[in-house]
Design a protein around this ligand. Structure first.
Ligand code: PLP
Length: 423
C-alpha cells in the first residue's frame, strides 16, 4: 500500500509494468466529442463491449441466415447445446462445479425461480432476511414472494442493518438477529458484494451461520461475478444468481447466471417451475412423455434460450478465461488500492470512502462520499469526461475495472475530481 506514489509518472510506469495492459485494446472504450477516450468507471453498471463480440454474434446470425432451423444441429456452434459451451467457463468464474451452473433467464427472474424451489415457508418459519440496503429489485422480489405465500411483507422481512452512523454491515449483528429470530427465518438472501457500499461479504461465514439456524442461504452475486473470487461452491450456499452485463461485459440485459449447490442436484422433492428445457435432453423432443427432470442447475431451465445473447457471453468468457480470475483480482487490488491512496490524498476532511479498506472485503468499486456534495458534482465529472455513477443522497460509485481501466485512468479521474472540488 505504502508503495503508491503521487504524480502522473508513477501511473504511467504502473501501466507499463502491467501484464494485463494489452487487454484494454480488446475493448471498445467510449469516446468524448473530440474522439478521446472517456474515463469509464461504470463497469459495475454496464461492462464495456469486447471487440470480438460482434464476430461471435455475427457467426450465429450468419448460421441462422444460411441454415434456418437446421442451425440447431448444423450451426458451427449447434444452438441446441449452446448453453453447454458456457457452463465450464462460467463455473470457473464463480468457483463452482459445472453441474451447479447454468446461464438462463435474467437475474431477478432467476432469484424468483430459486425462491420457488428454496423458499418453502411454514407458519412458524417464513421470514426472509436481506441486507437493509439490498438492491431494490431484490427487495421487491422477496417482498412479493412473502405476499405470494400469504404473508405480510412488513412482518416477514428481516433487515440486517448497519449500526447507527455506519454504512457497513457487521457479522455480530447478523449473529444476534439469528439468535433471536433464527427459528422464524426460512431464507437468507444477501448481495454477495453490496451494490451501494461495495462490501464483499464472507459468503462462507454467512452460509454457515444461516445453516446452523436451519435457514436456506442464497446470494445475489451481480456485483461479485467477474469482480471478486466468489468460491460459491465452497461457501456451501444453496443457490446464487448474477447478471452478465456488469463486470461480465456481455451486453445490456444479457442472460444471467444461476448456481444451485451440488447437494441439491438430484433432488426431486424440491418444488420447481418447469419447462421443456428442464426435461431430459435425450427425450425432450418426443414431446409426449412424462416430465423427466434434468439433474443439476440445468434442470431449472424453462425455455430454449436466446442464442445471440449467449454468443456475447461466450465472447466475454473467452476473454476472462485468457486472463484468469487470479491475475485479474491481483491487478484489481493494486488498482483499487492506488485509487484509494489518491482519494485519501485529497483530504479526508471532505472525502470519505464508505467501501471497506481491507482488500479482502471489497472488489474494485469504491463508493465515495463527498462532503456537502450534491448531484451537480456528478454532472461536472461527466462534463469532464468521467463516467461515474451517482447514488442519492451523496455517493459516487466508481469501479476501476482491471480488464480495461488503467492506472492513468485512475490518476486522471482523481485529478479531475480535485479540480472540481477546488473550483
Ligand atoms: C444489477 C442488479 C440487479 C438487476 O436485476 P435484473 O433482473 O438484471 O434487472 C438486481 N440485483 C442486484 C444486486 C444488482 O446489482
Amino acid at each position: 500500500m505504502s508503495d503508491y506514489k503521487l504524480g502522473l509518472d508513477y501511473a504511467l510506469k504502473q501501466d507499463q509494468n502491467d501484464t494485463l495492459r494489452p487487454y484494454r485494446n480488446l475493448f471498445h472504450i467510449p469516446k468524448d466529442k473530440n474522439g478521446n477516450d472517456l474515463i469509464y468507471m461504470t463497469g459495475n453498471s454496464l461492462g464495456l463491449q469486447p471487440k470480438q463480440t460482434k464476430s461471435y454474434v455475427n457467426q450465429e446470425l450468419d448460421d441462422w441466415a444460411s441454415l434456418g432451423v437446421e442451425g440447431h444441429f448444423e450451426a458451427k456452434n449447434p444452438w441446441l447445446k449452446y448453453h453447454e459451451f458456457l457452463t465450464e467457463q462460467m463455473a470457473e468464474m464463480v468457483g463452482a462445479k459445472p453441474i451447479e451452473v447454468i446461464v438462463m433467464n435474467t437475474l431477478t427472474a432467476n432469484l424468483h425461480f430459486m425462491m420457488a424451489s428454496f423458499y418453502q415457508p411454514t407458519t412458524s418459519r417464513y421470514k426472509i432476511l436481506i441486507e437493509s440496503d439490498a438492491f431494490p429489485s431484490d427487495k421487491y422480489a422477496v417482498e412479493s414472494q412473502l405476499r405470494h405465500h400469504g404473508f405480510d411483507h412488513k412482518d416477514g422481512l428481516v433487515l440486517w442493518k448497519p449500526r447507527k452512523g455506519e454504512e457497513l454491515l457487521n457479522y455480530e449483528d447478523l449473529e444476534n438477529i439469528l439468535e433471536e429470530q433464527g427459528t422464524e427465518i426460512a431464507l437468507i438472501m444477501i448481495g454477495g458484494v453490496n451494490y451501494y457500499t461495495g462490501q464483499f461479504f464472507d459468503l462462507k461465514r454467512i452460509t454457515a451461520l444461516g445453516h446452523n439456524h436451519g435457514c436456506i442461504v442464497g446470494f445475489d452475486c451481480a456485483h461479485g461475478a467477474g469482480n471478486v473470487a466468489l468460491n460459491i461452491h465452497d461457501s456451501g450456499a444453496d443457490f446464487a444468481a448474477w447478471c452478465t452485463y456488469k463486470y461480465l461485459n456481455s451486453g445490456p440485459g444479457s442472460l444471467a447466471g444461476c448456481f444451485v449447490h451440488e447437494k441439491h442436484a438430484h433432488r426431486k422433492d424440491l418444488n420447481r417451475f418447469a419447462g421443456w428445457w428442464s426435461h431430459n435432453k435425450e427425450t425432450r423432443f418426443n414431446m409426449r412423455g412424462e416430465f423427466d427432470q434434468l439433474p443439476g442447475a440445468e434442470g431449472w431451465q424453462l425455455s430454449n434460450p436466446p442464442i445471440l445473447s449467449m454468443a456475447a457471453i461466450k465472447s466475454s468468457l473467452d476473454v476472462f478465461t485468457k486472463v484468469g480470475m487470479e491475475a485479474l483480482t491481483e491487478k484489481s487490488k493494486k488498482l483499487t488500492g492506488y485509487f484509494e491512496f489518491l482519494l485519501k490524498n485529497l483530504g479526508e476532511d471532505f472525502i470519505r470512502i464508505i467501501t471497506p479498506s481491507q482488500p479482502e472485503e471489497r472488489g474494485c468499486q469504491l463508493s465515495i462520499q463527498v462532503k456537502n456534495a450534491n448531484k451537480s458534482l456528478h454532472h461536472k465529472l461527466t462534463e469532464a469526461g468521467v463516467v461515474s455513477d451517482w447514488r442519492e443522497p451523496d455517493v459516487i460509485r466508481c469501479a476501476p475495472v482491471p480488464l480495461y481501466n488503467s492506472f492513468e485512468d485512475v490518476y486522471r479521474m482523481v485529478e479531475k475530481l480535485k479540480a472540481i472540488l477546488n473550483d
